[in-house]
Design a protein around this ligand. Structure first.
Ligand code: G6P
Length: 583
């Protein structure tokens, strides 16, 4: 989603803000903008990536400033354009916003009746207009009156023409405050400021931060709140692409070492891993790839224990009627720990007094803080928008958790020992993936089929492909394709069959024959030789618990090679954001 950074201090604000925006770019890259304050406020915006804003700044007469706000946008209200890019200015107010104002149209209509005219299609301009309406020299009062009228989520950075302060307020959107030496920050993500300071404060909902050259005051109603200064261990881990063409490729190549480390950590902390058998029922709730990692977990837990598992998309789970019993565990899975729907699902479980476990990457994130128990996947920073290494580690943690709870760890010892090496071998077979990519990259539709765990694997393979290559792709339970979707199979439509589960191998093969008979190009991804298929990728065979850790990287790389052949920006696919902090 949108990324916010604000700065007041001894350094050149442009430099700090642009560096911060580059770190936050994973949150949105439709457009970006910066507001610099010296005696007056100068606003500069640009459509596209942060580098385009940077280029534009070089061509302009930019004021020297030590205070400012900056923003990278993922459009909600109003298409990506320079005019809709933040910061927005109304009267004395300059503002950046992350979130969605749900009653924006209603508020806008009222303001228009009062004579306010709007320049943009954004919900953000409505808040700016409201704050401006109430501002008579008391900034906190105006911000509070305006936000009291707003329904939805927001993290706001605000400046006023006639004050040398930055203000921040948030509701259901992340925003932290950084405390440096003679410099202070606000940021959507701590990573944006760790080059300057590792000290930060949390801004709770309802509080307003007033940031100046002297420090940060936080107000709750009219009173100043004393805050603990926390320290983060996050370091700027982004050492660039290390010679790889894209971050995605670099991050896939990190998977073996991360898997090795995760297995070692697991054995060191084995007693801290919860025993799922303490529960009668598990709900796994997440979004996107994290939900598909949950699907792998569901399959493994149900196949190997007596626990029933519901795996649900968080945006549905948060609003639907959910049946809990006293022995339900809710597992939320999230790389960022800031996905709005997943946070809401977690809060729903907590409101029902249900135990919660978060499988999360970012320490100190909302999900990590609010869940009862946490398992950190320790993936390090993931820069490419489409997740790869974090997904693999989510799957590995789910597999280890299931295996421990099924009391089957002894049976998989050998597999776990060799897993990192086998994974490296899979990743190193890029020529095979390139060859396959050449056969399929011009297709309009690609299908993935599988049963049981192979279906869960197919879901992620198909998502990765469509995310980064923009080819329409669907994953189907192999037996279900013939109930409708088979009508889409045409001459040479690629159908990738994932066949690793011995129990249902023959069944999936029959389904593959059905599509082959209708002209499809059958491609087999398997862990045992299957005769009769020209296009086959044979991967190493391990216990079903860990098979996905070897198969999905192959699918990630097929998606990568297809996207490259189609000339796509692999790291920043159109329309996507890495951390979805709005509903
Ligand atoms: C976005 C990302 C996906 C990710 C999903 C959940 O859609 O593009 O890659 O799987 O959010 O994110 P989370 O941070 O909760 O794992």
């Amino acid at each position: 989603m949108c990324g916010i950074i604000g700065y007041v201090g001894k350094n050149d604000a442009v430099k700090v803000l642009i560096n911060g925006l580059k770190t936050l770019e994973y949150r949105g890259y439709d457009s970006a903008g910066i507001a610099l304050k010296n005696k007056s406020i100068q606003v500069i915006k640009s459509v596209g990536k942060v580098s385009m804003l940077e280029d534009k700044l070089k061509t302009l007469d930019v004021i020297r400033a030590n205070m400012g706000l900056a923003h990278t946008r993922w459009a909600t209200h109003g298409k990506p354009s320079e005019v809709n890019a933040h910061p927005h200015v109304v009267g004395k107010v300059t503002i950046v916003h992350n979130g969605i104002i749900e009653n924006a149209f209603e508020l806008r209509e009222k303001l228009e009746q009062e004579g306010v005219s709007f320049k943009t299609d954004t919900d953000t301009e409505v808040i700016a207009a409201l704050i401006n309406k109430y501002y008579d020299g008391d900034a906190c009062d105006a911000i509070r009156k305006a936000t009291d009228l707003v329904v939805g989520s927001y993290a706001l950075g605000i400046m006023f023409d006639d004050e040398d302060y930055l203000y921040a307020i948030r509701k259901d959107s992340p925003l932290i405050l950084g405390v440096g030496v003679d410099e202070y920050f606000m940021a959507s993500d701590i990573a944006a400021i760790v080059n300057y300071t590792n000290k930060y404060m949390l801004l709770e909902e309802g509080e307003i931060a007033q940031i100046s050259f002297e420090g940060i005051n936080i107000y709750n109603s009219k009173k100043i709140v004393e805050k603990n200064i926390l320290e983060t261990s996050v370091v700027d881990e982004d050492k660039g692409k290390c010679g790889y063409k894209y971050y995605m490729l670099k991050e896939i190549n990190e998977e073996p070492i991360l898997v090795e480390r995760a297995i070692k950590n697991f054995y060191e902390k084995i007693d801290e891993f919860p025993n799922l058998n303490d529960y009668e029922e598990i709900h796994i709730v997440a979004c996107g790839s994290a939900m598909y990692a949950g699907m792998i977990g569901k399959t493994l837990i149900e196949e190997n224990t007596n626990i029933q598992v519901v795996c649900e998309v968080a945006s549905e789970y948060r609003y639907k009627r959910v049946f809990y019993n006293r022995k339900t565990l809710v597992i939320v899975i999230s790389q960022s720990g800031e996905t709005a729907d997943t946070i809401a699902a977690l809060r729903k479980a907590k409101a029902n007094n249900i135990d919660t476990l978060a499988i999360v990457n970012v320490k100190g994130s909302t999900i990590a803080r609010e869940s009862k128990q946490q398992i950190y996947i320790e993936a390090g920073r993931e820069v490419a928008v489409a997740t790869t290494k974090a997904y693999i580690l989510q799957v590995l943690v789910m597999a280890l958790l299931s295996c421990k709870s099924a009391l089957k760890l002894d049976l998989v010892k050998n597999d776990l020992e060799k897993l990192p090496r086998l994974l490296k071998e899979v990743i190193d077979r890029r020529d095979d993936y390139k060859k396959l990519a050449k056969k399929i990259f011009k297709s309009e539709d690609i299908f993935f089929i599988g049963r049981k765990i192979d279906y869960a694997i197919s879901l992620e393979g198909s998502l990765k492909l469509k995310e980064i290559s923009y080819i329409h792709s669907e994953a189907y339970q192999a037996g279900e394709l013939k109930h409708g979707t088979i009508s889409l199979i045409e001459e040479n439509t690629p159908v990738l069959a994932i066949i690793t589960d011995d129990d249902i191998k023959e069944k999936t093969l029959s389904n593959l024959e059905e599509v082959k008979a209708r002209g499809a190009l059958p491609i087999v991804i398997c862990n045992e030789k299957i005769d009769g298929y020209q296009d086959e990728i044979l991967l190493p065979k391990v216990s079903t618990f860990f098979q996905a850790v070897l198969v999905v990287p192959c699918l990630q790389l097929i998606a990568y090679e297809v996207a490259i052949l189609r000339g796509c920006d692999v790291d920043k696919p159109r329309n996507l954001a890495k951390s979805v902090t709005v509903e």
